[in-house]
Design a protein around this ligand. Structure first.
Ligand SMILES: Cc1cc2nc3c(=O)[nH]c(=O)nc-3n(C[C@H](O)[C@H](O)[C@H](O)COP(=O)(O)OP(=O)(O)OC[C@H]3O[C@@H](n4cnc5c(N)ncnc54)[C@H](O)[C@@H]3O)c2cc1C
Length: 692
């Protein structure tokens, strides 16, 4: 509050002159529909940037075309439907119960009125499914998640973990929303540790049925989407218990998935033996009805075991093509990576929205300025650029990386190639955790970058932040997922030394490990020319070197500590190191994809804009980790200084094309409906909101 006082003391004459200029500027911005940049390069920038700072003229159309997804047509269909149905748009203020009903009606409208059938695409064209999810999530994130629960989690578990008999019986009902369902994995005592689940499914050979039981309160299924109000079925993950003829009497075959009806198809009453409670009001996503499920000897037919990876015969014999519980468990979870792919992709969508709102506002908003001159756009402050420009560059980086992930996932679903399965598994875990963590932090940065107006609910940061926050936890907690990436890297590292092959995403390790082991080059460590620093080879080598170093070091540390602490203790002792390794690897993959995307862009000015963003992404990351590079003399002091200066310069250059870069996301109007992002008439839009 009152921070202006004392900063720029002005005479009365100066202040009335300024006020008049401001009014003229505002008026002219109302007349021009385009976003107006400040009339001249403000002093703040002129001082910090050299004469090299010429504005790049970008062909916005070419850039937009390059960024356009393959499935814009179906996204347009989603937007058109919701634009034509104001009654299905989520108001700013809505109660939990109304929001849940609205969300269900939105989904019904999408499927039964607009005729968009996402389930077909879960099965046959995942790229299209993710495009629908992105569009639907921009209407209301609760709707995106509700759709994900129905089709990707409940539907996906039936078609991916079950066999033909399940698909034949359930596909149409899931598709048309007659069979609304849940994915009941998490329990009160166990979330991340899925192998620790306690719910049981005991085979009764006399009746040819499984009996589902919640043995104690800790095994109550918790947080289950669609359970509190709308679900009729649940895929329940439970330990399969088979009777045996030995002294133990039963055998625990590990966690399997079962279809359990939870509500009556006609009356919607909860079925006998099933108890359902509401998980209540949440921090966000209140359009989704999360509930808790308890089972008391609920009987289901043997056929309800989703038996793709393990089956039980009429006489209680267990069969599986996979030899061990661990392998079956791995295969089961492996089929569920689609949810993670979707979240990574959707999270980039949220980042695009929030960066767009904050950048458009920052271009328009003016505060302070040199004496006797108009106020400057807040995006001309170096601090604002440092908050938002690396974020804009990262948004592009993650866009290309997640598009790649979605393509690989689709290819994997078609080919079932074993190496690709392993690649997609680690890549989806890594990108999901890395991108969602970044977006969650950026939402707060964007809110702050828009000052007080960023705090008005109508400007969307609050709901975006609250709804998106849980992306970091569900479909696998980010810290846990990063460990899977690190474990995978270590496994491949070990295999490499045993003569094994490295899959595509990891193949860079072979070369960079050799570079790492041969020590940094003292000559190149001093190179500081702009051409060198902007050379993709230097950037990628630096990222790869860091990953190889982290990998080599952590492998040695683990070996040392495991002698005294055992495997679990050694892992825990090195945990932060392992997480840094995983992040470093993911950043390396992201940069490689960005560099490729720049190279493939056909139009020169669009390519140049992307190259600016890509360089900013790379150098900003190197600068943020400069201590690591300096410690091992990979970068000499003069080079570190040059990297810092160039990063600042690139921030400014990207600021100069920020409007074009943001416009190229081509977000539909309803997405940027935040009044502060409404370009030229922002303030009049905004005053209307509060009733003037
Ligand atoms: C809104 C919402 C919707 C959900 N929907 C569903 C649903 O439809 N179906 C369903 O089955 N589940 C659902 N979940 C549950 C969700 O998947 C779990 O919350 C998630 O898997 C994390 O488990 P947890 O909550 O038990 O956290 P925990 O595993 O207890 O984690 C708590 C903390 O401990 C840390 N931690 C845990 N293990 C480790 C480790 N090995 N190393 C280091 N740190 C560790 C984590 O990083 C985290 O910070 C939902 C949850 C929410 C909130």
């Amino acid at each position: 509050m009152e921070s202006r006082r004392g900063m720029n003391p002005m005479t009365e004459e100066e202040s009335s002159e300024l006020a008049a200029m401001r009014r003229i500027q505002r008026l002219s911005s109302h007349i021009s529909p385009a976003m107006t940049a400040p009339p001249s390069l403000p002093l703040v920038q002129a001082e910090t940037c050299s004469s090299r700072a010429k504005k790049l003229e970008v062909n916005g159309q070419a850039l937009s075309l390059y960024m356009k997804g393959k499935h814009m047509d179906i996204q347009e269909k989603v937007y058109e439907f919701f634009n034509s149905r104001p009654d299905l748009q989520t108001p700013i203020e809505i109660s939990k119960d109304d929001h849940r009903e609205l969300c269900m009606n939105q989904l019904l409208g999408l499927v039964r009125e607009a005729g968009i059938r996402p389930f077909k695409y879960v099965a046959d064209d995942p790229e299209k499914y993710f495009a629908i999810m992105e569009a639907v999530g921009s209407v209301d994130m609760s709707l995106g998640i509700k759709m994900g629960v129905q089709y990707s989690l409940w539907g996906g578990s039936v078609i991916n973990l079950g066999t033909k008999k399940h698909r034949d019986k359930y596909f149409d009902g899931i598709d048309n929303l007659d069979y609304t369902g849940c994915f009941a994995m998490t329990e009160l005592h166990h979330g991340s540790n899925v192998q620790g689940l306690q719910t049981t499914a005991t085979f009764d050979p006399l009746k040819d049925e499984f009996v589902i039981d919640t043995p104690h309160d800790g095994a109550i299924k918790w947080w289950i989407g669609n359970a509190a109000v709308h679900g009729k079925f649940a895929t329940v993950f439970a330990r399969l218990i088979l009777p045996t003829h030995d002294s133990k009497g039963v055998s625990d075959m590990g966690v399997h998935a079962f279809i359990v009806p939870i509500r009556d198809m006609k009356t919607h009453q909860t079925l006998p033996g099933v108890e359902i409670q509401d998980c209540g009001h949440k921090v966000g996503l209140n359009g989704v009805d999360n509930g808790a499920l308890r089972f008391r000897s609920v009987r289901i037919p043997r056929d309800n075991l989703l038996n793709r990876f393990g089956d039980v015969s009429r006489d209680g014999k267990y069969t599986s093509s996979l030899p061990t519980i661990n392998k079956r468990f791995g295969a089961t979870l492996g089929e569920l990576v689609g949810g993670r792919v979707g979240l990574a992709y959707a999270s980039v969508g949220v980042l695009k929205i929030s960066a767009t709102i904050a950048i458009r506002y920052s271009l328009l908003r003016q505060q302070f300025g040199p004496p006797k001159q108009p106020e400057v756009s807040i995006l001309d402050y170096q601090s604002q650029q440092h908050k938002l420009m690396p974020m804009l560059a990262s948004t592009y980086a993650y866009h290309f990386a997640t598009v790649y992930l979605v393509e690989k996932y689709s290819e994997m679903k078609k080919t079932h190639d074993e190496q690709l399965v392993a690649d997609v598994h680690a890549l989806s875990a890594g990108l999901k955790s890395y991108v969602t963590s970044y977006t969650a932090k950026s939402l707060s940065v964007c809110r702050e970058a828009c000052g007080g107006h960023g705090y008005a609910a109508v400007n969307r940061f609050g709901s975006l932040r609250n709804d998106h926050d849980i992306f970091q936890t569900f479909e696998g907690d980010n810290t846990v997922l990063l460990q899977q990436v690190a474990a995978d890297l270590l496994k491949r590292y070990k295999e490499k030394f045993q003569g094994g092959t490295l899959t595509v995403t990891w193949s860079y390790l072979r070369e960079s490990m050799n570079t790492y082991l041969s020590q940094p080059n003292p000559v190149t460590a001093r190179w500081e020319g702009e051409d060198h620093l902007r050379d993709p080879k230097f950037q990628l080598d630096a990222f790869r070197y860091r990953t190889s170093r982290l990998l080599q070091n952590v492998a040695a540390r683990l070996q040392k500590h495991s002698k005294t602490l055992g495997g679990f203790g050694a892992w825990n002792r090195c945990l932060n190191h392992l997480l840094t390794l995983a992040e470093s690897h993911i950043e390396t993959v992201i940069l490689a994809k960005f560099i490729e995307a720049v190279k493939n862009c056909p139009e020169p000015s669009a390519r140049a804009a992307l190259k600016l963003a890509c360089d900013l992404y790379a150098l900003d990351r190197i600068w943020k980790d400069i201590g690591t590079y300096r410690n091992v003399d990979y970068v000499a002091p003069n080079k570190a200084k040059a990297i810092h200066k160039l990063t600042e310069y690139l921030c400014f250059q990207v600021r100069n094309v920020a409007k074009e870069l943001v416009d190229a996301f081509e977000l539909p109007d309803h997405v940027t409906r935040a009044p502060i992002a409404m370009q030229s008439d922002a303030y009049s839009q905004y005053t209307q909101v509060v009733g003037f």
